[in-house]
Design a protein. Structure first.
Length: 224
């Protein structure tokens, strides 16, 4: 719990005045009688009201009460706020608060509304009931998610490059269209569909293409 107290204090000391004021307001909400510390009764009542029943127990209060005074001061209350805001977990096997490394079910983490988490002891000894078997600890999970995000980002970049290259190639093809080939292609279509009335005109166009290709390139292929 000492590390959690330290990091909560570091966040508090580096917070702006608005966030510090917000912390004081939360402390005042918990300190119902206004005596400057949060009693076990006030602690339990606050957590139950906030829907945090897994934390509402005397043993967790004692862990938070670093000074052993029987009441939480401001910084101990800020540690509680940090634990809540950072999503720190209780073991789904033994129910204990997990202060250090714990393991999370990958299937539940990605697809369920609520994650399933275990302390190292429960995971090692198999003291849990759960349908999935793939668990990662905090650090492996974070690194796995980071690498997955990088893969998605790189895949998106490759897709954009492919689309840009296709567009470039299409534009180059438009610039390099052979007017003779276009006229001949149109001639073949007319023959195939028996548009005999246009065949004579296409033959003239085809001859013009052979004689004056640069003029046709400037003006574009004729509209049939």
């Amino acid at each position: 719990m000492d590390e959690l107290h330290k990091i909560a204090k570091a966040y508090y000391e580096n917070a702006n005045s608005d966030n510090k004021d917000l912390g004081h307001q939360v402390f005042k909400r918990m300190d119902v009688d206004g005596d400057g510390q949060i009693s076990p009764h006030e602690f339990l009542a606050f957590l139950k009201n906030e829907g945090r029943r897994e934390m509402a127990n005397p043993s967790f209060f004692k862990e938070l009460n670093k000074n052993g005074t029987g009441g939480l001061d401001l910084m101990e209350a800020m540690t509680l706020c940090y634990i809540i805001d950072s999503g720190r977990k209780f073991c789904d096997g033994c129910g204990e608060f997990m202060k250090g490394i714990f393991l999370s079910c990958m299937e539940c983490f990605d697809h369920e509304d609520r994650s399933f988490n275990l302390c190292c002891a429960c995971f090692e000894q198999g003291r849990y009931v759960h349908s999935h078997k793939k668990f990662f600890d905090n650090y492996v999970l974070l690194e796995t998610k980071r690498l997955d995000a990088l893969k998605e980002k790189n895949a998106a970049k490759r897709k954009l490059r492919r689309e840009a290259e296709k567009k470039r190639v299409a534009e180059e093809r438009k610039k390099n269209v052979n007017p003779v080939a276009v006229a001949f292609f149109n001639f073949k279509l007319c023959v195939e569909f028996k548009c005999f009335s246009k065949i004579f005109n296409l033959l003239i166009i085809y001859s013009c293409c052979r004689l004056q290709p640069q003029r046709l390139l400037r003006n574009g292929s004729p509209n049939l």
